[in-house]
Design a protein around this ligand. Structure first.
Ligand SMILES: C[S@@+](CC[C@H](N)C(=O)[O-])C[C@H]1O[C@@H](n2cnc3c(N)ncnc32)[C@H](O)[C@@H]1O
Length: 217
């Protein structure tokens, strides 16, 4: 089946801007206290459940992946952009990064103790989101944890130019209540939903959702 155009556009966009993205956003996630708290809670849940492999989906430069590794998780990253993967590998030689898309993960059913998608589900076309959540459900073991982070809103941000490069990048803002409903429809239990106000130059509120594949699944 042909690849949807939103995947090709996102890959090309991040390949083009990877260097500038890394230069501009380095250290940013570490300044967001509530985001760090949710990453910490996710890691604590996965560890308490006995660990297991974790996949950081849309790992970009690998900063969040490396942070989760530092919290004791057996984590690797997967990203759509070969340029991002190459840079993440160089920057974090102790962590494994692979190319791939969250729309079709190269992971066996039930293989993972956790999946994090930190500001990456925002690049999935709305009609493809239920399929991605089904994919997360498929790769998680019963009891496995899912963490999502995203900008809150209804209108997408579209960029034809970024950092001086011609791109076609869409950042979908999402509504936490709607995503929670989609997670439940995919079979997840939604365990926590945090929405916070914009801080430090952000233009929208931000949300973090923790969900779990039922132990009985
Ligand atoms: C805004 S960046 C976030 C990177 C990282 N999670 C962080 O917070 O630092 C979004 C990343 O998601 C990746 N991405 C977008 N769509 C993807 C897909 N379908 N599968 C895997 N990665 C994807 C992009 O290539 C990009 O590196």
């Amino acid at each position: 089946m042909a690849e949807p155009s939103f995947l090709a556009d996102t890959r090309a966009g991040y390949d083009a801007i990877a260097a500038e993205y890394i230069e501009n956003f380095r250290g940013e996630f570490e300044s967001k206290t509530l985001g760090l708290a949710m990453l910490g809670a996710f890691a604590a849940y996965v560890r308490a459940d006995g660990g297991g492999r974790v996949l950081d989906v849309g790992s970009g430069p690998g900063w969040v992946t490396a942070h989760l590794a530092g919290l004791g998780l057996e984590v690797s990253g997967v990203d759509l952009s070969p340029e991002m993967v190459a840079r993440a590998r160089r920057e974090h030689p102790g962590v494994r990064f692979e190319e791939g898309s969250m729309t079709a993960l190269d992971v066996a059913d039930g293989a993972l103790g956790g999946v994090s998608a930190w500001y990456s589900l925002i690049h999935i076309a709305p009609e493809a989101v239920p399929g991605v959540l089904a994919e997360f459900y498929r790769v998680l073991a019963p009891g496995g944890r899912l963490l999502l982070g995203f900008q809150v809103g209804e209108e997408p941000s579209r960029y034809a130019e970024a950092f001086g490069h011609r791109v076609s990048l869409v950042f979908h803002r999402l509504l936490p209540g709607r995503v929670a409903g989609q997670l439940r429809a995919a079979g997840f239990d939604v365990e926590a939903r945090l929405e916070r106000e914009a801080v430090l130059g952000e233009v929208t509120p931000q949300a973090y959702l923790l969900a779990r594949k039922p132990v009985s699944a």
